[in-house]
Ligand binder design. Structure first.
Ligand code: MF3
Ligand code: CO
Ligand code: CO
Length: 259
């Protein structure tokens, strides 16, 4: 793998602006996420919002990916392709993942949405997954090892009876969509590289109710499903290593302190 890029102040400001837009896009789409709408409709709204801002949806055309977002329902782990044939219904859980390019800088974030009443099992999985992301973020500070992100995430997920997807990872981000390092969500304590101020990467745990393995849809080449068709959930933020801790660049709701 290539070197981990240390961003300078002006690059950080660029990634910060793009990341805010990605976060705002998720807030924008929230009121449209309800029973009866198609995921293709949500994708169109997302594309319109991003383009109207003067930005580009990074996924469209990325390695042939056709849409402006990934929308992953229920047993879909990630990379669900928005479709006219996918209609949201009561009880569904879904992840919407948005990556923006603004003035050449990338911001990447995703979160879960629920349609009406969802099962207690689904609610628990979503809560566990959100907590996994928060535990990972708290590991971000200069001198700490990347492996400790995956260490705390997998320890907690397993304690809650869930499994951690190992076939998809977080990643450096900012000047490109996917940069070094690969950020594993299951890892050994004190493994991997050390974090340094100016590094920017995603943490995006995918947590399953059942087994951790995934299968890619043979027909579209993208949609990753759980091998046992049990539920999967995911949350993602883009995070900056500061001199003393971290700044969640895609946080537009003031949910995280800047340390
Ligand atoms: N946004 C996803 C991530 O978090 C990547 C999607 S790539 C695509 O890394 F091609 F599937 F869109
Ligand atoms: Co990502
Ligand atoms: Co993403």
């Amino acid at each position: 793998m290539s070197e981990i890029i240390i961003k300078n102040e002006s690059q950080i400001e660029g990634v910060r602006r793009s990341s805010k837009l990605a976060g705002e896009t998720l807030n924008f789409i929230e009121p449209f996420v309800k029973a009866g709408v198609t995921t293709a409709f949500l994708d169109e709204k997302i594309e319109e919002f991003i383009v109207n801002y003067g930005a580009i949806p990074a996924t469209k055309g990325y390695n042939g990916y056709p849409k402006s977002s990934c929308i992953s329902l229920n047993e879909v782990v990630c990379h669900g392709i928005p479709s006219e044939n996918t209609i949201l219904k009561e009880g569904d859980i879904l992840n919407i993942d948005v990556t923006t390019i603004l003035d050449g800088y990338y911001g990447d974030t995703s979160r879960m949405f629920t349609i009406g009443e969802v099962s207690p099992k689904a609610k628990d999985l979503i809560e566990v997954t959100k907590h996994c992301l928060d535990l990972g973020l708290k590991q971000v500070q200069p001198g700490n090892y990347f492996g400790n992100i995956g260490f705390v995430i997998s320890r907690y997920a397993k304690a809650k009876g869930c499994s951690v997807v190992f076939e998809f990872c977080g990643h450096g981000v900012g000047l490109n969509f996917h940069e070094s390092p690969q950020v594993d969500h299951a890892a050994r304590k004190n493994s991997g590289e050390k974090m340094k101020p100016g590094m920017i990467f995603t943490i995006e745990p995918m947590i399953n109710s059942g087994r951790p393995s995934t299968v890619i849809d043979k027909n579209d080449g993208w949609t990753a499903r759980t091998v046992d068709n049990k539920l999967s959930a995911q949350f993602e933020h883009t995070v900056l290593v500061t001199k003393t801790g971290f700044e969640v660049l895609t946080d537009v709701d003031g949910n995280y302190p800047i340390t």
